[in-house]
Design a protein around this ligand. Sequence first.
Ligand SMILES: NC(=O)c1ccc[n+]([C@@H]2O[C@H](COP(=O)([O-])OP(=O)(O)OC[C@H]3O[C@@H](n4cnc5c(N)ncnc54)[C@H](OP(=O)(O)O)[C@@H]3O)[C@@H](O)[C@H]2O)c1
Length: 208
Amino acid sequence: MGDALRIGIVGAGHIGGTAAKLFVGAGHQVTVSNSRGPESLASLVASLGPKARAAIPPEAIRFGDVVLLAVPWRRKEELPAADLFTGKIAIDAMNAYSAVGRVEDLGEGTSSEEVAKRMPKARLVKAFNTMGWKTLETGSRPKGEDRLAIFLAGDDREAKSVVAKLIEEIGFAAIDTGSLREGGRRQQPGSPIYGRPLTAPQARDILR
Ligand SMILES: NC(=O)c1ccc[n+]([C@@H]2O[C@H](COP(=O)([O-])OP(=O)(O)OC[C@H]3O[C@@H](n4cnc5c(N)ncnc54)[C@H](OP(=O)(O)O)[C@@H]3O)[C@@H](O)[C@H]2O)c1
């Protein structure tokens, strides 16, 4: 296990809550947050143990060296002020679905580029987008076994290496799909790697 990180999580539902459990299991400290307030997260925090606490979103962001964004895309404008993200490694797990589950048409752009515009001083990495939460919950495997791929993309190499290490620590294979634009596009809904549990060799084959 590497150095323990402080991870702030905004959106503690299926993806955020599942990731919190995996991060704590890997020895990291987490602060989870949602829209209804810390009291509503009491049972999640109790299940996570002493390395976890709940807070309001701005506090969770201040707490984190790394911040996981896992709120519904349509609510991303409700995220706390951009300044709070300055210098933070922000993981964008959000997929651009509308309220009725339709994929938003973002033209030439990609969803994480939209998020990057919203927080220009964050060190943004797109990751945890393509895997369903149930697979995330149950798919962790020891090193050496055929691990399932979790993809990441971004323009900040150092931030990507931190996120890749985190992915490996929780029992998955980190596969870099490239820049925020091109790599991000490869992870979007409808792409061949989206929503399919893939081992690392299978994932590399498809991306080639
Ligand atoms: N579900 C999956 O398998 C999956 C896989 C990959 C990526 N994703 C992406 O991950 C994101 C979350 O999906 P999910 O399935 O985990 O959704 P979910 O179970 O509905 O959880 C959403 C969480 O976001 C919180 N939230 C909503 N608005 C907020 C706000 N303004 N400020 C702070 N927290 C807020 C909710 O808190 P309250 O309940 O208190 O409102 C809840 O904790 C989505 O963008 C989705 O596309 C999902």
